[in-house]
Write a protein that binds this ligand. Structure first.
Ligand code: SAM
Length: 255
C-alpha cells in the first residue's frame, strides 16, 4: 500500500478499484472552479483524479503520516490541507457553495453525518462512500425497520440519492461490510419549515430513544393527549411510523 500501513482506528480502507473510482468522479462531475472539500484523502485514490479536474482542492485529514505525504506531493497552490478531526472541523471557514466528498471513515460515519448536516447552508452537494447499512438508514422510509433519527434528520434537510454499490474487494484492506455511494443535495430554504431546529432535533431524538415503544410513552411529558388530538396523530403509533413532516408538525406545535 505505497509504504503505508492502514490504521484501523482511523477507519482506513483504501479504494483500489479504478472502475469504482471513475464512477465516483463521474457522479461528482467536478468543474475547474468548484470549491471541493475531500474528507479523508488517505493515499489519494479519489484525490488525484479530482485534482486533475480542479484548479484547487481542500482536504481534511487526521493521520499525520498521510498529511506529511500529501504535503510532499502537492504544492499549497493546488491543495489546502486542513489537519485534524473532521468531526470538529468548521467547514464554513472554507467558504460557501462547497462540494463535500469522501470515502468516509466508517467508525465515525453517523456522528460525522450529523456534524456535516449543520453546514447545509454553505453546501452545494455531498458525495460520500459509506457502509451500505448506513446508506439504508439514510434513505429508509416510514414503516421500514431502518427508519430512524438519521433518516429523519437527513431527509429533512437533503434530497438523498443512492448511487453506486461497492463490494469489499474494491478496497485494500477490504472492510467486513458492503459499501455504497450516496449523494446529498440540500433542500431549498422554503422547504425547511421547522420553526425551531433545536426543538425539532430534540423531539426526533426523544421519540427514537425508545423506538419499540408507542409515541404516547416516548413523548410522555412532551406531547399530551390534547396535543396528539390537535395534530391528528395517533398516540399508539411507534416513532418509525411517522413521516418527516409529522415530526416537523409536532415540533412547530410545541414551538
Ligand atoms: N479517500 C481514501 C480512499 O478512498 O482510499 C481514504 C479513505 S479511508 C476509508 C478514510 C480516511 O479518512 C483515511 O485517510 C483516514 O485517515 C481519514 N480519517 C479518519 N478519521 C478521520 C477524522 N476524524 N477526520 C479526518 N480524517 C479522518
Amino acid at each position: 500500500m505505497k509504504g503505508h500501513i492502514a490504521r484501523k482506528r482511523f477507519g482506513q480502507n483504501f479504494l483500489v478499484d479504478s472502475g469504482i473510482i471513475g464512477g465516483i468522479i463521474s457522479a461528482i462531475d467536478p468543474q475547474r472552479g468548484d470549491t471541493v472539500v475531500e474528507i479523508g484523502p488517505g493515499l489519494g485514490a479519489i484525490t488525484v483524479p479530482l485534482m486533475a479536474r480542479l484548479d484547487h482542492l481542500h482536504v481534511v485529514e487526521i493521520d499525520r503520516d498521510l498529511i506529511a505525504r500529501l504535503k510532499r506531493q502537492h504544492p499549497p497552490a493546488r491543495m489546502s490541507i486542513h489537519e485534524g478531526d473532521a468531526l470538529a472541523f468548521d467547514f464554513a471557514s472554507i467558504g460557501r457553495d462547497l462540494r463535500l466528498v469522501g470515502n468516509l471513515p466508517y467508525n465515525i460515519s453517523t456522528p460525522l453525518l450529523f456534524h456535516l448536516a449543520e453546514y447545509v447552508g454553505v453546501v452545494r452537494d455531498m458525495h460520500f462512500m459509506l457502509q451500505k447499512e448506513v446508506v439504508e438508514r439514510m434513505v429508509a422510509v416510514p414503516g421500514d425497520g431502518d427508519f430512524g433519527r438519521l433518516s429523519v434528520m437527513l431527509q429533512y434537510r437533503f434530497h438523498l440519492e443512492w448511487l453506486i454499490d461497492v463490494p469489499p474487494e474494491s478496497f485494500d484492506p477490504p472492510p467486513k461490510v458492503q459499501s455504497a455511494v450516496v449523494r446529498l443535495i440540500p433542500k431549498d430554504v422554503a422547504e425547511l419549515t421547522a420553526k425551531d431546529m433545536t426543538q425539532f432535533s430534540r423531539i426526533v431524538q426523544t421519540a427514537f430513544a425508545q423506538r419499540r415503544k408507542m409515541l404516547r410513552n416516548t413523548l410522555k411529558g412532551v406531547l399530551d393527549d390534547a396535543g396528539f388530538a390537535a395534530l391528528g396523530i395517533s398516540p399508539t403509533l411507534r416513532p418509525e411510523d411517522l413521516a418527516v413532516e409529522d415530526y416537523v408538525r409536532i415540533a412547530n406545535y410545541l414551538a
